[in-house]
Design a protein around this ligand. Structure first.
Ligand code: SF4
Ligand code: SF4
Ligand code: FES
Length: 270
């Protein structure tokens, strides 16, 4: 990752952004990078009106709509479901559509601003780490999805076609319930220090998605996936630092899932 240089603070005219009753002024400091003109990323700041109940995504949409249409970021559902707007907000991986301004103002989060009542506060927004930045806040997700595809994240069966649906007990379903919640946002993988230092590590998200099928009683591909994850870049690279679990916006026990996969490899049974 290249060095980050400071841009001119507050040079952007935000006066056209509507300021509803009850809004406060928030400084949104965004890491900008346009590969066509910039040799390295820089920071730009925008003083914008914000309601406590605004999501950070609202602020970004206002900046793009009223101040600088070239600001680039991904988003789709805006409701914490599609996983496309993962970014570092105040230094922590989160979904911009799930973080409320009031949680940042009130000191929510480990590194939130130390704002005094009525004073502007600063919210920093930067792309997730460890994946190539394409422009501003969006990154090339291909290495992430390559690892996801490599663990065969689909049901594998060999013969024995059932004539009805594949029956599963509630207890068997429970074994992988947590890992079905993954939305592939990459918050976990891009908060992992092992992934930062070696992009060829599969990363926690790929392991979570392997877990989802390895422990599914209807699946017959556990051995293949475990072989893949037994690789030099597989589960054994995990240092159990729990960054991934802390980062997951779906509350998935990511590190626990990784430990379960390690145990399945050690004891050769799922
Ligand atoms: S627990 Fe393992 S996978 Fe998760 S962040 Fe730490 S090293 Fe990475
Ligand atoms: S495990 Fe959680 S943080 Fe990781 S990709 Fe899935 S939803 Fe995102
Ligand atoms: S925009 Fe879909 S999860 Fe945030």
């Amino acid at each position: 990752m290249t060095a980050v240089v400071e841009g001119t603070a507050n040079a952007n005219d935000t006066s056209q952004i509507p300021a509803p009753d009850g809004s406060v002024t928030v400084t949104v400091k965004i890491q900008r990078f346009n590969p066509e003109v910039d040799s390295e990323p820089h920071w730009e700041s925008y003083d914008v009106p914000a309601l406590p109940t605004d999501r950070v995504l609202n602020l970004l949409i206002n900046i793009k709509g009223y101040v600088d249409g070239t600001l680039s970021f991904r988003r789709s559902c805006a409701h914490g479901i599609c996983g496309s707007d993962a970014m570092q907000i105040n230094g922590i991986n989160r979904l911009a559509c799930k973080v409320l301004v009031k949680d940042l103002l009130a000191g929510g989060g480990r590194r939130a601003g130390k704002t005094r009542q009525g004073k502007p506060t600063t919210i920093t927004v930067a792309p997730i780490k460890g994946l190539p930045v394409m422009k501003d806040l969006y990154v090339d997700m291909e290495p992430f999805f390559e690892a996801f595809r490599a663990v065969k994240p689909f049901l594998i069966t060999y013969g024995n076609e059932p004539t009805n649906e594949r029956i599963q007990s509630p207890a068997d379903r429970e074994r992988f319930d947590d890992t079905t919640k993954c939305i592939l946002c990459a918050c976990c993988t891009t908060s992992c220090p092992v992934f930062w230092s070696d992009g060829s590590y599969f990363g926690p998200a790929a392991i979570v998605n392997a877990h989802r099928f390895i422990f599914d009683s209807r699946d017959e591909g556990a051995e293949e996936r475990l072989d893949i994850l037994n690789d030099a870049e597989g589960v054994w690279r995990c240092r159990t630092t729990f960054n991934c679990t802390d980062a997951c916006p779906r509350g998935i026990q990511v590190t626990k899932a990784i430990q379960e996969v390690k145990r399945a490899l050690l004891f050769k049974r799922v």
